[in-house]
Design a binder for this molecule. Sequence first.
Ligand SMILES: NC(=O)c1ccc[n+]([C@@H]2O[C@H](COP(=O)([O-])OP(=O)(O)OC[C@H]3O[C@@H](n4cnc5c(N)ncnc54)[C@H](OP(=O)(O)O)[C@@H]3O)[C@@H](O)[C@H]2O)c1
Length: 284
Amino acid sequence: MTDKQVIFTQQVRLPAIGQGTWYMGENTSRRRDEVAALQAGLDLGLRLIDTAEMYADGAAEKIVGEALNGRRDEAFLVSKVYPWNAGGQKAIAACEGSLRRLKTDYLDLYLLHWMGDYSFEETIEVMETLIGQGKIRRWGVSNLDYDEMQALWQVAGGRQCATNQVLYHLASRGIEYDLLPWCQQQQMPVMAYSPLAQAGRLRSGLLTHSVINDIARAHDATAAQILLAWVIRQPGVIAIPKAASVAHVEQNAAALEITLSTDELRLLDQAWPAPAGKTVLDMA
Ligand SMILES: NC(=O)c1ccc[n+]([C@@H]2O[C@H](COP(=O)([O-])OP(=O)(O)OC[C@H]3O[C@@H](n4cnc5c(N)ncnc54)[C@H](OP(=O)(O)O)[C@@H]3O)[C@@H](O)[C@H]2O)c1
């Protein structure tokens, strides 16, 4: 077990790399590879699997359900509710739909995918109902910026929020200005999505950039592994790369063992500086 872990609770400590599933389930000819990739990730200890009712209209959840057949307990399973389903009976029905597709009777974590029409009060109320019904273990949010987290913190029950899942990679560093330090202060894990820069700023060319590839060579690693090692270089951040091949999953798991030196971090900072001021939260 790697020492790079993220602590959700004293009982729930997960390796700082998990597995994403966006774009899985879109093409039936890839199904077998996607299931195999997720299972390989579990074999390697990448326990957190992130999905959503949105992904491929529920088909990504079905892939995850297939991958978890007979080994549900090994995973820390995260799904997300559409904002327009995030209150009242709609949320109960959406969660039940996810559970059906995932072939499980509980989620470890259920996230509000992004902010929508329901108030925080309404969403928190139904999240607590779902916990009471045993359908979810905990809840969190996604794509909320610093000010929105401050507002959530003022609402009764808001501090039960277990995570904020946001876009974060070397070329999209806006959260370092205020959101990330604040979450770290609250000891609330941040889930970094698109850690391989599938979305976000300046994403094209990151994997082929010479600064990253020079560092990769020094570690006998790939550029993708350096991007992941960079995202998880600090406490309380879990990267959730999506990989649809066993080879990619193996590389991603091995990135847990890469520690970037101070000099390497400085070179990366020079090429992709930390934010000097507030920027709008990047989203996919
Ligand atoms: N909350 C939100 O609003 C939100 C938004 C976006 C994403 N997410 C979550 O975050 C996850 C990750 O983000 P993402 O899917 O946008 O992008 P990502 O993880 O940054 O990038 C995925 C891409 O990287 C490739 N890849 C994976 N491992 C690789 C490796 N070792 N070497 C080279 N390429 C590699 C994948 O190819 P293959 O598929 O061919 O392996 C895929 O094309 C999503 O799947 C989803 O679960 C959440």
